[in-house]
Design a protein around this ligand. Structure first.
Ligand code: THG
Length: 274
């Protein structure tokens, strides 16, 4: 499983305030916990922070990179912002792996962002939605995912650099959409060989829900059985990571041993606490 950490995101009030204040210490404190939990990629999103969005984004990328060489996922729903930011971050951090997060399957978005991914040697996350919004059924999600994948491959990208995101909506507001995410992953994994990566923004499922951590870890395990191999999560949530590793062991993706969580941490070069 590839773990993207979600916490360096201006949707969180502390990060939103830290960005215009250029408060590196706060970002580093949060990041340290995400890395200690097992993050492989750091998703960064400036959210609605005050100030110049391009300069804020570059500052955030550099601040994260000061602590880690891990790949960065440049997260914004604004394609025009990503068009400006990606080449600047590529120039500032020439040896860092980058992922563009994200691009819809609408023609106008793909025409803007896929060439940026190719030119700057980045990965890209394709959302299974188009100009008509988030589909309410599996069929349209699969169609959008297939369109995005074909377009990215035809532009010269490799399957390993493409992540399809079937779009997770909150359980308290979007009843029955969660099973479409699971079925979407299952069908897109079946019809594409070799399959791209499948990713979700896990915490979306529980936004403003009381039992958010329980919802997150249960939904993660359900998606893993369908073929999810990547997720944007709070990697400092130990119970979530333990559930993820356990599901991988039970699905035969990790070897069982009596201390399989410890073994997983050792494989990643993380401290095991003894
Ligand atoms: N797909 C892709 N990228 C994404 C998402 C996705 N990026 C953003 C988001 N979704 C994933 N990251 C988060 C980060 C935080 C929350 C949800 C998803 C979240 N935060 C609390 C809330 O809004 O209730 C913040 C509250 C607080 O300040 O404590 O839920 O789906 N490709």
């Amino acid at each position: 499983m590839i773990v993207f950490s979600e916490r360096i995101n201006g949707m969180y009030r502390d990060v939103r305030a830290a960005i215009p204040e250029r408060n590196k210490q706060l970002i580093h404190q949060l990041l340290e916990k995400q890395l200690a939990g097992g993050a492989d990629v750091v998703d960064i999103n400036i959210g609605p922070s005050k100030g110049d969005p391009v300069e804020n984004f570059i500052w955030l990328a550099q601040t994260v990179h000061e602590m880690t060489d891990k790949p960065l996922s440049l997260d914004s729903a604004k394609a025009d912002l990503l068009v400006q930011v990606v080449p600047r971050v590529r120039q500032a951090l020439p040896d860092t792996k980058l992922v563009i997060n994200s691009c819809t399957a609408a023609r106008a978005y793909m025409d803007k962002l896929i060439p940026i991914a190719v030119e700057n040697h980045t990965g890209i996350i394709g959302l299974t939605m188009d100009q008509d919004g988030v589909p309410g059924n599996v069929e349209k999600r699969v169609e959008c995912g297939a369109t995005f994948l074909m377009t990215a491959l035809e532009a010269g990208m490799s399957t390993d650099d493409i992540y399809l995101d079937p779009i997770t909506l909150p359980i308290n507001a979007a009843f029955k959409q969660q099973e479409n995410v699971i079925e979407g992953i299952r069908q897109l994994a079946l019809i594409n060989d070799p399959a791209p990566h499948f990713i979700i923004g896990l915490s979306n499922v529980s936004t403003k829900c009381l039992l958010n951590k329980l919802l997150n870890r249960t939904f993660l395990v359900m998606c893993l059985t369908a073929g999810l191999d990547t997720a944007i999560v709070d990697s400092a949530d130990q119970e979530l990571i333990d559930a993820m590793v356990t599901a991988e062991v039970l699905l035969g993706k990790q070897l069982y041993s009596d201390e399989y969580v410890k073994a997983w941490r050792m494989q990643k070069g993380l401290p095991t606490g003894c």
